[in-house]
Design a protein. Structure first.
Lengths: 578, 133
């Protein structure tokens, strides 16, 4: 159409009547015709030339704007869009779940592509031969399932989770009608090692237990990035712990055993083992025990922290302590007045009972709460709740002071011992490498109390009940615990629990690198059944073997040389204190 | 001023065989652009295919690495290593037999076994000292 079309002004009106339409359509139609007649109106106003220019200009502008938009869009798509180009938008090594690795990168769990074996019976030439050959290379395939697939009328899954090696074996049979479909399978190459720490995953790739469950979202996110996910476990430490725990449990004929190794400054769990490993129940978190004399550590710590006692405080253990009708005696009775140190070293029930009744229920309860004894251990793996005393009478306080009347999980004990040996900060244990972010710890006893307890624990190994936990030059400290288990409501001496809660190195400042080792042997059958005989030797051997991995050097301390030889006690021969 | 505008207009209106030279140049430029875009797209497609291929290779190799790592982890299970080393008669090294590198010079040498004297029949003349060089 030419802009100077002379007939425009006399163009016939639309052949349809706009009034027939609904108001909105009518408005639109009128607007369209108004635009269409604009040129005619302009000519009527004697401004045809100017109007043509405006029209051209408007059309030019619209097209220019459209092309500018297209250009900008093209430039944006070419230069600024992230992940543009031919490459995939996901990481080439992305997996559903990241590899779970220990703190040094050693593999704990990984995803391996396995294969589902499918058979399409229509393409199988000789069904009988095919069945025989498949069963020869794949003995685990179910005979009925194979028959169903071979004699069926459509393609069927015969068996899944074929390993790459099995797949190659079946593939090499060169049978018709056989196909494979990849499937991602979580593999735990360590078998039963660390199984209680790693946990399980369902077929959909969702963590069901332990670290796989606790860090499920983070493991999946790391997998999408093609990265590994580290946890705090040190596989070397874990291996030593498992081996020594199994050796100790086997040697003592125990029904169960627990070992936990933690870094007391960060709360990281470096090793956690529950024996027997074939038992899916993790005794470290899912079982509670009355741990016996290990609790004397907390009673003595509370007494020192409240200022009621110091190392030289004298406590009368010359005769049994009578509380109501109950008579409290000592296992290794010394029948004398003892200092606090002697009470701890000789593991005197009388001495700690006196301390606890003197402190009273309010203080004892307060300190038990501070040590985390009264509630579930805050840990990534959900743990059992402790069994607490129903009332806090003097008799109960006496029992609590030497570890009866309260059942706690080994995790609670490990966390409490860590708090007592790191300067008094309660740091929840964690499987997260580097410790929990933003966790500064809660001050529960003074650093001075912590130092005193470290010294006491060291002395207990040097000349107390924990002597068998000594490891040359590693300054091991700790406390033994021995308790009879309650069977049908009565404490039975044939069913015992032997514990040793150790720490090394026990010397140095409160914030020095330090590791806690807890070993608990459940129902040892060898005699004596006390923690000093069944658990302490394992702690000593574990410390001896893991010190190198943890970078703890052998050094002398005031009691032993770096090679573990005795240093003669300082004797003030001239009596002038020099 | 007017002369310059007139010159420009003449230049603009200059035709070769009835076609404005500016249009010819425009068409040529468009042709060059079309061809270069084609080249760029073809190159990008080639690179894209190569990247996809490399990524597939990375993915395949990643799978093999995972498989090998899993195999290594299986073979290095702590309990397996312990059983193997105990079976081979290996035990943790006693503390008295451990030393740091800096202590090496101070260590007493292992006493050498006394030289075994082998009685040989006397050789009357041995004038061949070449071996002593």
């Amino acid at each position: 159409m030419s802009a100077q079309d002379p007939h425009v002004g006399s163009r016939p009106a639309p052949s349809w009547d706009v009034r027939r339409f609904t108001p909105s359509w009518r408005w639109l139609t009128e607007a369209m015709w108004w635009v269409e007649h604009a040129f005619g109106r302009a000519r009527a106003d004697a401004r045809p030339e100017e109007d043509t220019r405006v029209r051209i200009f408007v059309i030019l502008s619209v097209f220019s704007a459209a092309f500018v938009c297209l250009t900008l869009g093209a430039v944006h798509a070419a230069l600024l869009t992230a992940g543009a180009g031919a490459g995939a938008d996901s990481h080439p090594n992305a997996v559903v779940r990241a590899d779970l690795v220990d703190r040094n990168g050693a593999l704990l769990a990984t995803n391996i592509v396995h294969y589902g074996l499918y058979i399409d019976p229509a393409q199988v030439w000789d069904r009988r031969a095919a069945a025989a050959q498949i069963r020869r290379v794949l003995p685990r395939v179910s005979r009925t399932r194979l028959q169903t697939a071979l004699y069926g009328d459509r393609r069927l899954l015969v068996v899944n989770r074929l390993t790459p090696r099995e797949k190659v074996a079946v593939h090499n049979l060169a049978l018709g009608g056989i196909s494979f479909e990849p499937e991602d399978v979580r593999v735990h190459p360590l078998g039963e090692s660390a199984r209680h720490v790693i946990g399980n995953v369902d077929t959909g790739g969702v963590g069901l237990s332990a670290a796989e469950r606790a860090f499920n979202d983070e493991i999946r996110a790391a997998g999408a990035r093609g990265e590994s996910f580290q946890i705090s476990i040190d596989l070397r430490v874990q291996g030593v712990l498992e081996n020594e725990l199994a050796a100790a449990a086997t040697a003592t004929g125990a029904i169960g055993a627990v070992g936990i190794i933690t870094d007391v400054q960060t709360g990281e769990v470096l090793g956690m083992a529950s024996w027997p490993a074939s038992n899916s129940r993790n005794l470290a978190t899912a079982a509670t025990y009355e741990m016996g004399s290990v609790f004397k550590t907390f009673t003595v710590a509370a007494a020192i922290d409240t200022g009621r006692a110091d190392m030289t405080t004298l406590l009368d253990a010359s005769e049994a302590l009578q509380i109501g009708s109950r008579r409290i005696t000592d296992f290794h009775a010394q029948n004398k007045v003892m200092t606090l140190e002697e009470v701890y070293l000789h593991s005197s029930n009388i001495g700690t009972s006196r301390l606890s009744t003197e402190m009273g229920p309010r203080v004892m309860r307060d300190y038990f709460e501070r040590f985390g004894m009264m509630s579930r251990a805050p840990f990534e793996i959900p743990s059992e709740a402790p069994i607490l005393p129903g009332e806090w009478s003097d008799s109960t306080l006496a029992s609590l002071s030497f570890g009866y009347g309260i059942s706690i999980t080994p995790m609670q004990m490990a966390a409490a011992m860590g708090a007592l040996t790191n300067g008094g900060r309660f740091i929840p244990l964690t499987l997260r490498k580097g410790g929990r972010p933003d966790e500064r710890g809660r001050q529960i006893v003074s650093p001075g109390t912590s130092l005193t307890m470290l010294d006491l624990m060291r002395r207990n190994v040097v000349r107390g009940s924990g002597g068998r936990a000594e490891a040359p030059g590693l300054r091991v400290g700790g406390k033994t615990g021995s308790a009879n288990k309650s069977v049908n409501g009565r404490y039975n001496t044939a069913h015992a629990v032997g514990t040793f809660a150790g720490v090394f190195p026990a010397d140095g400042p409160v914030d020095a690198r330090r590791y806690q080792i807890l070993v608990l042997i459940d129902e040892p059958q060898t005699y004596p059944r006390t923690g000093g005989f069944v658990a302490a030797p394992a702690v000593g051997r574990i410390a001896d073997r893991i010190a190198g991995f943890l970078g703890v050097a052998r050094k002398a301390d005031p009691y032993r040389t770096a090679l573990g030889d005795r240093i003669p006690a300082f004797e003030d021969l001239e009596g002038d204190g020099r | 001023m007017n002369t310059a505008v007139a010159n420009l207009n003449r230049l603009f209106a200059w035709k070769i065989r009835g076609i404005r030279w500016i249009e010819i140049i425009g068409v040529l430029l468009v042709a060059v652009m079309v061809f270069s875009v084609y080249l760029a797209k073809a190159g990008a497609a080639r690179e894209g295919a190569r990247i996809s291929d490399l990524e597939r290779q990375i993915s395949d190799n990643g799978q093999r690495v995972r498989l090998l790592r899993a195999e290594v982890a299986r073979l290095e299970q702590p309990s397996r290593l312990e059983a193997l080393s105990r079976g081979a008669g290996l035990v943790p090294v006693d503390v008295h037999r451990q030393a740091k590198v800096e202590n090496l010079p101070t260590l007493a040498p292992i006493p050498e076994p006394a030289p075994v004297v082998i009685a040989t029949p006397p050789v009357p003349a041995a004038p061949a000292p070449e071996v002593e060089r």
